[in-house]
Design a protein around this ligand. Sequence first.
Ligand code: ATP
Length: 749
Amino acid sequence: MNSTRGFVNRCVLVFAPRDDRTQCSTKLLAFRLVASAGQQTAGAVMAFFSRPQSAAVKIVKPNSDEGALRPKQTPPPRKGSGETPYNNRQCRNVVIYGHCKFQDKGCTYLHPTQTAEVPEPTPSSHGTRSKQQEPPTASPLAQAINAPAFVPPRAASRPAEGSPSLTPQAAVFVPKTPAGIAVARNTAASPPPADSVHSIAAASSILRTEPEDRQQENGHELQPDAEQNGHQEYGYQTGYEDYNYQGAQDVTDSPYFDPNQLEYHPHGYDHDASYFAHPPMFLRQPLNYLLYTPSMPSQLIRNTINTHFVPPSNDLRQILQERSETARGVAPAGLGLPEELQGYHTLVPLEPTGNAERRKMVNWHSTVYRAINATDGLPYVLRRVENYRLMHQAAFAPIELWSQIQHPGVVALKEAFTTKSFNDSSLVVVYAYHPNAKTLYEAHVKPKPQTQQQTVFYGRHHHRHQQQQTQVMPENTLWSYIVQIASAIKKVHERGQAVRMIDVSKIIVTSQNRVRIGSCGIIDVLLYDTQQDASFLQQEDLLAFGRLIYILCTNNLSAANQQNMPKSIDAVKRLYSADVQTLALYLCSKMHKSIEHVLEMVKGRILAEHDEALMATDRLEYELLGELENARLFRLICKFGFINERPEFARDARWSETGDRYIIKLFRDYVFHQIDEHGNPVLDLGHVLTCLNKLDAGTDEKMMLVARDEQSCLVVSYKDVKTCIANAFDELMRATTASQTGKDPYSRG
Ligand SMILES: Nc1ncnc2c1ncn2[C@@H]1O[C@H](COP(=O)(O)OP(=O)(O)OP(=O)(O)O)[C@@H](O)[C@H]1O
C-alpha cells in the first residue's frame, strides 16, 4: 500500500434517482475523494481517521464472487503513460452536459458532433436517471445494491458540520433499510432539484455514472480496475436479493416499534415535506430517548458527600466493587468442601472451619458458607448446623413461617434442608447473602489491632472501615440500630413469633449503618422438641435487646452480666443521653415489656431514621442516574458484539461484512482501531465514550469512515450508523423470533 499521504483535492458527485429519497429514513454521504499521489501531505482530518495514502478514494460496487477484503488489483495504465484506452468511447461529459470542457485540453474520449451523437438530455440525466432510462445492464446492478435512495432537503445546500471534506456537492449514500429496499427497486423519473445531492445507493446511477464523473471531473485519472477494488471494499453483493428481508413488510410487528415515533423528527428533516412522502419510521430501541442523563445539581441533593446510610460517591462505588469481587470469590483448595449439595455449588466458608474455639449455637457447632444456587446462579448464605439429626418433619414448619417474613431488618430466609454431603448429618438453612457483611461483634465490639492492615480470614475488604470506627459508638448510630432492630422485632412479634437471635454475633451490618438480624428460624428448628410459649420468648427477645444496647454502648460482651450491670449503667449515663439509659433499663427490667411500648419510647428517633432513609433513596437515585450511561453504552457494545464479524447469518457468510453491516464495521474501526501517526494503537477511552454517546444519541454530526485498505471512505452521521445498527440488530432479532415460532427466518414470504 502506498503510504504517502494523499491530498484530497476533489469530491465527486454520485447521482441517484430522485424519487427514491422519499422513502428512506437514513442517508450516508459518500465521497469519492480523488487524491494526487505524493503531492502533498494529508490534512489533519485524514491523519486522524486512518493512515493516509495516495490513490483515488471511492465507493463502488464489489464483484459478488470476491471477498470484500480481497487484495487490490494492479491498476491499469494511468494518464500520461502513453496509452489511450478510452479514445474510441464516447465522452460522458458530452452525454451529460452536451459538451466537454476538456475536449481540447487532452480528453482522450470521443467527442462526436452534437447533432449526430449526443442524446437529448432527459430530466433525469442531470445526474440522476430513472430506471427505465437506463440501459438493460443497469438492472442487475440495481438489484445488487442494498440501499434505497434518499435526498434530505438540507444536505444539498448545507455543508455538514464536523466533516471538513463535505461540500454541497457531496453525494448521498443510503444504507439499506427495510422500507427502502422496495423503493430502490422502483423507478424514478422526476428530475432532482438543482442543488440536490444524490444517493450512491441508487445502483444504476452510481455504477454507471462513476466513470463518467471521473471523466468530467478529473480528466480520466481513475481507471476501471481501481473502481472494482473500491467495490470489493464496500462489500455489496449481488446475491443479497436472495435473502428475503422481512423488515420491509412487518416493521410494525417489531417489539421495538413505537408508533409514537412515527411523528418523531428530532433533526428537522421533516420540515420540508416535499422530501418526505412518509415521515421516517424509527424502530424504537430501548433507551433511545436518552441523550445524556440529566442529573440534579449536587447542591440540591442534601449531603451528597455523606449521608447516614450512603457513603460518599467514591466510597460507595468502591464498596460495591468490593462486594462484587467478594461475591465471586472461590475457596482455597483443600478445604474438603462438597462440590454440590441440594443444588448449591462453589461453597466458600465465611468463617474459619474446624476451629476448636468455636462458639456453639445451643448444642451444635455451625458454619456459614457462601454458595451459588445452580438454578438462578445467585449467591446465598448457607448456615450449616453440624451433626443435626432431624427427628420430625414438622420441625421444619418454622422455616415456612420465616420464609414469609420480608423485612429490611431481617436477613431473608430462603429454604432449609438436611444433607449428608459434609459426611455427617447436617441441617442447612439458606439465607440471603450480603457480601462483606460483618457481625455487630466484628464491627464494634471485637478489639481492634493497632496495625493499619488487619488480617481477617476471608475478608480482606471487611475491615477498611473499622480503622475509622471509634471505640465509642456515636449516639446517632446507636439510635439507628435501635430503631432498625426494634422495627424488625415488631414485625416478628406481630406475627406471633419470637426472633431468638438478638445477639451481637447474629446481627449483621450489611452497609453503612444498616443492620439486619440473621440466622432467624434455626433455633426454632433445633429446639422444636422443647417448644416454649411465644410471649415468653418475645419477652426474652426484649431482654436480649436491652443487653445488646449495653454491649454496644460499652464495647464489652459481658456488660450485661449481672455483676457488671452497675458499671455498665454508669458508662451509658456518661456516654449517652438519658433516653438511651431509660430504654436500656426498661428492656433489662423484670417488668412485662412490649415492642409497641419500645417503639413509643423511640418515636422521636423513628422520624429521624425515616428522614435519613428517604435521603438515602434520593442519594441512591442520584447515584443511579450516573450509572444509566453505563447501561446505554454497554447495550451498544453488546450490539456491536452481536453484529460484528458474525460468521454467518441469513445463509450469508459475508452478512457482517456487507450492506449496512459494512458501515458498522468501519465505524467500529473508527471507534476502536484508530492509530496514531506512528501506526500505534490509539487507546483513548474518551474518544470511545464520546463516539458511543453520540451514536446512542443518533446525532447529525458526521464523521469519515475509511475502508481498511484506505481505498474508499464514507462520510456518515452518527444517526446513520445508529440506523444501520438498529437495522442489523433488528434482522438478528427477527430471525431469533422467527426461529422460536417455528418459521424459517430466511424463507421468502
Ligand atoms: N447473610 C449473610 N450474608 C453475608 N455474610 C454473613 C451472613 N450471615 C453471616 N455472615 C457472615 O458470616 C460470618 C460468620 O457468621 P456467624 O454468625 O457464624 O458469626 P460468628 O461471629 O462466627 O458467630 P458464632 O461465633 O456464634 O459462630 C460473619 O462474618 C458474618 O458476617
